[in-house]
Design a binder for this molecule. Structure first.
Ligand SMILES: Cc1cc2nc3c(=O)[nH]c(=O)nc-3n(C[C@H](O)[C@H](O)[C@H](O)COP(=O)(O)O)c2cc1C
Length: 194
């Protein structure tokens, strides 16, 4: 049983990855694999959602009744702001922008998303960053190296093609499954075999 999962949605392209992951998280809650599920979204996510999500991102998120809380990055009334409330939690920023990477690598916690994920790092729990940017600068790479050295898992949004994806959903599912493997939540998905 995983005590809690906090999904961070940031201003990188690929909000479909995050929304697919939230869908699966809801099933995991139903199955009793995950106890609590939260979402924190940034203003960057709201901006990118205009181009990638049908309708309002906030309405889409509020439609997931399984979520214990949905917070904007400025909502300091959220319990997630304190590490006493995230004991045993796993963090997944999906998609993760280079801004979030830079903030976390430098200890900046002026937004709820970074504060929450930093709480997870500080308390020695697992944090997965599904980064999306190309190409990458030396600064991006150095920031990721710093985070990797702190135990953060850097999981680029780069789906494999060996399961013969037929559409965008297949590609997005690949990343969801990859993150589930990383957080140890399930192994029921299709896998490559020779
Ligand atoms: C349509 C669109 C796509 C973007 N894609 C990316 C991306 O893939 N990766 C990234 O790091 N930034 C991307 N950006 C830039 C970020 O949204 C921008 O740097 C923003 O400040 C990051 O917001 P955040 O700090 O809330 O994540 C994109 C911006 C737009 C408008």
């Amino acid at each position: 049983m995983i005590k809690g999962v906090v999904v961070g949605l940031s201003g990188a392209s690929g909000l479909i990855y995050g929304l697919k992951f939230i869908e699966v998280l809801c099933s995991l809650k139903e199955e009793g694999v995950v106890e609590e599920a939260y979402v924190v979204y940034t203003s960057g996510a709201l901006n990118v959602a205009k181009y990638e999500v049908k309708g309002s991102l906030i309405e889409v998120l509020n439609g997931y009744k399984c979520l214990n809380g949905v917070y904007s990055d400025g909502d300091w009334s959220s319990p997630l702001a304190s590490s006493s409330n995230t004991v045993g939690f796993i963090g997944v920023v999906i998609p993760c922008s280079m801004d979030v990477v830079a903030n976390l690598a430098n200890g900046l916690q002026y937004r709820l998303l970074e504060r929450t994920m930093y709480n997870i790092i500080r308390t020695g729990r697992k944090l997965v960053l599904v980064i999306r940017e190309t190409p990458l600068t030396t600064i991006d790479l150095e920031n990721m190296l710093k985070l990797s050295r702190m135990g953060v898992v850097i999981a680029p949004a780069s789906p494999g093609f060996y399961l013969n994806p037929k559409n965008i959903d297949d590609l997005a599912n690949f990343m969801t499954w990859k993150v589930l493997d990383i957080i140890g939540a399930t192994s029921k998905h299709p896998k490559w075999s020779p």
